[in-house]
Write a protein that binds this ligand. Structure first.
Ligand SMILES: [Zn+2]
Length: 59
């Protein structure tokens, strides 16, 4: 189980900045991590144990 390790060590694949965690969605039981430069967003949904990734520059 290294899901939680990865939650705290993710980096943007484009600029290698550590992703920022948006905790405003805590009530929805998911975590959103995003590049401070807007390149990349990753959501983790514990209820379904699934990551959803968005590449901001590839819309
Ligand atoms: Zn980035």
């Amino acid at each position: 189980m290294n899901i939680f390790n990865s939650l705290f060590s993710e980096k943007c694949p484009k600029c290698n900045q550590v992703l920022l965690t948006d905790k405003s969605n805590a009530l929805l039981s998911h975590v959103v991590k995003s590049c401070p430069n807007g390149h990349y967003v990753k959501e983790f949904h514990p209820a379904i144990e699934t990551y959803i990734e968005h590449n901001g520059g590839n819309h």
